[in-house]
Design a protein around this ligand. Structure first.
Ligand code: NAD
Length: 479
């Protein structure tokens, strides 16, 4: 049975080529999903535009819009297991991580419902005989384009603030993970969200993206994905003169200073790279350690990496599942081979796990590589897999210069017992997020985004709602 998708106010099968999604843990087909033709994309955008412009959405007071978001949050909590299962089936993440992400999606809708009710307009200081009120208006229709690694959280992070801001959203999920987006759309419908405010257009980026972004109804694009795709989308947005918010790739430095609590730091490093099989934009993939402690730290990390339990995502004892696809595993393997050719020493991992339960899935062992310099290809390019490169440093200047010697600037972790050093280094690192004595803690209330080629704009927090609005200043004469 081919699954339908919500477009133009109903669930349609679409006349584009049918998309098949695959379970990376088993190689089985998960679902066959319809995709839209260019005409169906156009119709869906026109319908979304009408829905955004209709009085029943455009003229709602923010606290009235908030009620929809509260209801969606409650409906996500009710159907959290459906969302978690849908994501697990398609990207292979351990079920327990998928469940946490479903809970986080509910919290995101709740946060933006509250933001909707509390965000204020501005009355700027008066410079003449007039009173100015600055209001924030929606764009109309926002295109949201998302990757496969964490659709549950990434899509909530775009859909909730864009709706809270008064827009309609046309969501183009990754071709690898469409089921979670269809499940979210069902949940929104069940929560009473009016038709046309959330459209889902399944399909390959190259098929859907250019047609979608050329539509005049699309007035803003919010993209999360790879840097090269982001560059292409920014090019289209520049030609159309529409704003583009871009959350892109990373090659984040994780730093252990000589005064750190080494066992705690090593736990943080292991989670920071191997949780979710390294398929996280903020994965701490370059580890900087004091040269004198290099061997001691590598020995601890190897022991911890070898204790990680790989398995089927549903397994109660599974720490990490497979990579998201067999094709992606091939890419990870190529990177490890490239590291070997450049003189890298594989301290652990560097191969597929052996055993019947791993035979048909896209599994790969957590891998730690030493013996390279920061200029090696695996230290410069985003692998997006379970591969950690350990790099020794000599002093703080060398550390900061080398950590910043990358095209990316997404995140950084610092482990130290000296808060002054933590502050100094945190301020010197080019990154949108810095963690001190922790890693990968993320709050919906704090802005998130990248420096340099890791992106433009900030999602989350109150600015995450302003991202989907444009300021308008209205002047009233007072004399
Ligand atoms: P990708 O760039 O290949 O695809 C992302 C999305 O863009 C998919 O929906 C895809 O279909 C679509 N797309 C592809 N070509 C397009 C085009 N020409 N026009 C419009 N849409 C197009 O990325 P991916 O492989 O799905 O995800 C992995 C990447 O995402 C990694 O680089 C990772 O770092 C990044 N990522 C970044 C963040 C962040 O917040 N900074 C979060 C998660 C993932």
């Amino acid at each position: 049975m081919v699954l339908n998708f919500p477009a133009s106010g109903r669930w349609i099968s679409g006349s584009g080529q049918v998309l098949k999604t695959v379970n990376p843990a088993t190689g089985d087909i998960n679902a066959e999903i319809g995709t839209p033709s260019p005409e169906e994309i156009a119709d869906a955008c026109i319908f979304a535009h009408q829905s955004a412009a209709s009085d029943s959405w455009r003229k709602l007071k923010p606290h009235e819009r908030a009620t929809y978001l509260y209801r969606i949050s409650a409906a996500i909590t009710e159907d959290a297991e459906d969302l978690a299962q849908a994501q697990m089936l398609e990207n292979g993440k351990a079920l327990k991580e998928c469940r946490q992400q479903a809970a986080s999606a509910a919290a995101t809708f709740r946060y933006y419902a509250a933001a909707c009710e509390t965000l204020e307009s501005i009355v700027p200081p008066n410079r003449g005989n007039y009173l100015t009120v600055t209001t924030y208006e929606p764009y109309g229709v926002v295109a949201a384009i998302t990757p496969w690694n964490s659709p549950l959280t990434m899509e909530a992070q775009k859909v909730a603030p864009a709706l809270a801001a008064g827009n309609a959203v046309v969501l183009k999920p990754s071709e690898v993970t469409t089921l979670p987006s269809l499940t979210l759309a069902r949940i929104c419908e069940k929560a009473g969200l009016p038709a046309g405010l959330l459209t889902v257009l399944p399909g390959y980026g190259r098929d859907i993206g250019p047609t979608l972004l050329a539509r005049p109804e699309i007035r803003m694009v919010s993209f999360t994905g790879g840097t090269e795709t982001g560059r292409a989308i920014a090019g289209v947005a520049a030609k159309r003169l529409i704003p583009a918010a871009l959350e892109l790739g990373g090659k984040s430095p994780h730093i252990i200073l000589d005064d750190a609590d080494i066992p705690a730091a090593c736990d943080g490093v292991i989670d920071g790279i191997f949780e979710g099989m390294g398929q996280s934009c903020v994965a701490g993939s370059r580890l900087f350690v004091p040269r004198a402690k290099h061997d001691q730290i590598v020995a601890i990390l190897v022991e911890k990496a070898e204790a990680i339990r790989l398995g089927q995502p549903t397994g109660p004892d599974t720490d990490i599942g497979p990579l998201s696809s067999h094709h992606h595993r091939d890419k990870v393997e190529e990177y490890v081979e490239a590291a070997r050719k450049e003189g890298g020493i594989v301290a652990t991992g560097g191969s597929r796990p052996v055993g019947a339960q791993f035979d048909s899935g896209a599994f790969y062992r957590p891998t730690i590589i030493t013996g390279l310099t920061n200029s090696a290809r695996v230290c410069q390019e985003e692998i997006f897999g379970p591969v950690l490169c350990v790099l020794p440093f000599d002093d703080e200047d060398d550390l900061v210069a080398t950590a910043n010697d990358t095209a990316f600037g997404l995140a950084c972790g610092i482990w130290t017992s000296d808060y002054r050093r933590a502050w100094r280094i945190a301020r010197s690192i080019d990154a949108g997020t810095v963690w001190i004595n922790t890693y990968k803690q993320l709050s919906i209330a704090a802005p998130f985004g990248g420096f340099k080629e890791s992106g433009i704009g900030r999602e989350k927090g109150l600015q995450g709602m302003r991202l989907y609005q444009q300021a308008k200043s209205i002047y009233f004469a007072t004399a």
